[in-house]
Design a protein around this ligand. Structure first.
Ligand SMILES: [Zn+2]
Length: 422
């Protein structure tokens, strides 16, 4: 590390309390689907205070509808915004960078299962607890403070630096798409998802769908005359489990060879019926399924439809009353990238300067907003982030030392990739 880089790292170290306090303020906001504004406001205030040039990018259904990456969703997009913060270049000769983090969090589930309230962040033994602490508000704090440290240390940049706080990462990816559609892009894109200080090279495709089916209502006295829509769901779920097995066994790409069960089906929601003593006439379930990078979204949709059609064909009732498959939300294809990309090499260099070790590669079995930048952006995108546990689970937590390390690596990356102006 040269003198300028050392000064930047020292500046980060002087800001760690502020950075953690910012992460805590973000975690305290219950920014679940449709309620993200509270967290967007907290982040905007912080970026404004730091001197970033900020603006909001709305989820505009009219504008997004024509974008090939837009995922149709049944809920409202009204008054829901992404946040952009920019540090403009002071001179030329560097490479542009963009840090993207999502401000939306998944539901905490039943708060009674948590040791403490999920939206009352608490620090214990170097870990910050709370919904979104790992996924991924601490990562956002790291990217914001890593960027701010360069500015506060007195350095300008030789290329613009963009910070994005997006929404809908956990359900559709429409936030990142909206920002790309507005032209926010860069030569390198880093996302501090909580997979640890690794360089993500591969991620799976993920899609959501729901299946609706009807039965025949009857009083339980004559239950045999009714057709139980909820129980008919079992048949279809069972057929999807068989598809999951087949997907795990065929055309496995090299990156996923030897990995136990990379493709996962999750039945996330099941609804149906309205009375304990009535045979339910309607039911539906919602599912998430992943698929390997080589497969297209259209292909996996047709496999699901065919699977359901064949399963329904074996059941006399479902054959005459076919279930309806509807795709919504995630429609994300997977991708694989080489470790040799210049941005990844610089990031690895920064990691080595700080830890004396090479950053490991990370092969992901889920999706992230990387897919938007890979498919529709022009830069080299990867994830490099803090260490977290129980994300989407109970007592989610993030290791604070790892958050500080990400801020250091991001700041060093800015110095070496965007380059510092004289
Ligand atoms: Zn995440």
């Amino acid at each position: 590390m040269n003198i300028q880089e050392k000064k930047i790292i020292e500046t980060i170290d002087s800001l760690t309390d502020d950075m953690i306090e910012f992460a805590i303020r973000l975690v305290a906001e219950p920014s679940t689907l449709g309620h993200e504004t509270c967290a967007v406001t907290v982040m905007k205030k912080e970026l404004d205070r730091m001197g970033f040039s900020t603006s909001l990018v709305p989820l505009d259904r009219g504008k997004l509808a024509g974008h090939p990456g837009f995922a149709p969703v049944p809920w409202s997009l009204e008054n829901r915004n992404n946040l952009i913060g920019i540090l403009p270049a002071e001179s030329a000769g560097g490479n542009s960078a963009l840090f993207n983090g999502h401000l939306d969090v998944v539901s905490a589930g039943n708060p009674d299962f948590w040791t403490r309230d999920p939206f009352s962040p608490t620090v214990i033994d170097g870990w910050l607890y709370g919904r979104g602490s790992g996924d991924m508000k601490s990562g956002i704090a790291a990217m914001v403070y890593g960027s701010y440290a360069v500015k506060k240390a007195g350095f300008g940049l030789c290329a613009p630096l963009t910070i994005e706080g997006v929404i809908e990462e956990e359900c559709s990816g429409n936030g990142a798409i909206a920002c790309l559609a507005e032209g926010y892009d860069a030569k390198a894109v880093l996302i501090p998802e909580p997979f640890g200080p690794t360089i993500l090279t591969d991620q799976l495709g993920v899609l959501w769908f729901k299946i609706k089916l009807s039965g025949r209502p009857a009083h339980v006295q004559k239950a045999s005359s009714g057709i139980n829509a909820i129980e008919k769901c079992y048949t279809l779920i069972d057929s999807l489990r068989h598809l999951e097995v087949r997907l795990n066994e065929s055309d496995i790409p090299a990156a996923y060879t030897g990995m136990e069960h990379p493709i996962n089906l999750n039945i996330g929601v099941i609804e149906g019926g309205d009375w304990p003593s009535t045979v339910p006439s309607e039911a539906q379930f919602h599912a998430r399924l992943s698929f390997f990078p080589e497969m297209s979204y259209e292909r996996i949709c047709s496999l699901i439809e065919k699977n359901i059609r064949l399963a329904a064909g074996k059941d006399p009732w479902l054959r005459d009353n076919p279930p309806v498959v509807e795709f919504y939300g995630f429609r994300s294809e997977g991708h694989s990238l080489s470790r040799d990309l210049p941005a990844f090499k610089v990031l690895d260099d920064c990691h080595r300067s700080l830890t004396k070790e090479e950053a490991k590669s990370y092969v992901s079995t889920c999706t992230t907003d990387l897919r938007a930048f890979h498919r529709f952006g022009s830069g080299q995108p990867t994830c490099y982030g803090p260490v977290a546990e129980n994300i989407h689970g109970i007592d989610e937590r993030v290791h604070l030392e790892s958050v500080i390390n990400v801020a250091r690596a991001y700041a060093l990356f800015i110095a070496r990739w965007c380059r510092l102006a004289d």
